[in-house]
Write a protein that binds this ligand. Structure first.
Ligand SMILES: NC(=O)c1ccc[n+]([C@@H]2O[C@H](COP(=O)([O-])OP(=O)(O)OC[C@H]3O[C@@H](n4cnc5c(N)ncnc54)[C@H](OP(=O)(O)O)[C@@H]3O)[C@@H](O)[C@H]2O)c1
Length: 264
């Protein structure tokens, strides 16, 4: 017997943990079949857990910092129309830029920017030709602030925040919406992976990733241009619009300085 498939499919990148996992869960709870990817084998655990929502779940282990990895992820849709794309995969990197391993810094750029926009271009072309689809890009309020001790990461998020609005304008009246989710510090594996657990921001209280994902999913379904999750983050981003970049960079130093967790 042919496999029963629902008419709707969501692709979520970086769905093994954190915000991406909960974004995938939101899609599944709203009846979307899932195609999810991450770079490590833990994507299988996430995929199996998401099946409890009663939708079809396919998972792919792929390095989305590379064109080959993105091709592999996209090919796994097997030509099935993609209704939702949630471009979430991303990584951070703490510390002085000059002391960072350049390959690690480059991996942040390749994952957050190159792989992300390559995936969006592939899926976006298909959505535009069908005149139907929704894209959620996970940017960050970090994109509003020069990221002292997180310089490359914040730069990639500034890129994504900007790119998202530009693509949205290009796709005006195309039937395809583009939404940028801009979370603040969120309780995920992000800070451990970025080597930032000894910083003030890394050790401080953070937002709930399930709640951040719900806010992002709902904004995408409404077709909003952007959403900053949480009132504190909303205030922070409003202030960032009026404060000089040099002041913002100094404020960020206090949050992201290595060893800063002990000083406060
Ligand atoms: N946590 C925060 O405070 C915060 C705030 C604002 C924005 N964000 C953004 O939210 C997004 C999700 O991060 P998170 O906080 O949920 O962190 P997380 O728990 O570390 O999740 C990151 C996800 O991205 C995947 N990923 C990273 N590099 C990848 C690669 N090269 N190829 C494939 N998958 C890759 C990870 O899987 P693998 O480990 O298997 O690669 C994981 O599934 C990121 O774009 C991040 O920049 C986070």
């Amino acid at each position: 017997m042919a496999q029963q498939i629902s008419s709707k499919l969501a692709l979520v990148s970086g769905a093994s943990t954190g915000i991406g996992y909960y974004l995938a869960e939101q899609c599944a709870k709203h009846g979307y079949d899932l195609l999810i990817a991450a770079d490590e084998s833990r994507i299988a655990e996430a995929g199996e857990a998401l099946k409890s929502n009663g939708v079809d779940v396919q998972y792919v282990e792929a390095d989305l910092a590379t064109e080959e990895g993105v091709d592999k992820f996209y090919a796994a849709a097997k030509g099935r129309p993609i209704d939702l794309l949630l471009a979430n995969a991303g990584r951070g990197l703490g510390g002085d830029f000059l002391d960072q391993d350049f390959r690690e810094a480059r991996r942040v750029v390749d994952t957050n920017i190159t792989g992300t926009i390559y995936l969006i271009q592939k899926v976006g072309r298909e959505m535009r030709s069908r005149r139907d689809g929704r894209i959620l890009i996970v940017g960050s309020i970090a994109g509003f602030t020069p990221g002292t001790y997180q310089a490359v990461y914040n730069g990639t998020k500034a890129f994504l925040d900007s790119f998202s609005f530009a693509l949205r304008a290009e796709l005006n009246d195309s039937g395809v919406s583009v939404t940028c989710l801009m979370p603040g510090a969120t309780e995920t594996e992000f800070f451990a992976r970025a080597g930032m657990l000894d910083t003030k921001i890394g050790s401080g209280k953070k937002d709930d990733p399930a709640e951040v994902a719900r806010i992002g999913f709902e904004a995408m379904m409404r077709g909003d241009g952007d959403v900053v999750s949480g009132w504190k983050n909303k205030m922070q981003s409003a202030l960032a619009n009026i404060m000089p970049a040099s002041v913002l960079a100094e404020q960020h130093r206090k949050q992201a300085e290595p060893g800063g967790a002990q000083k406060h």
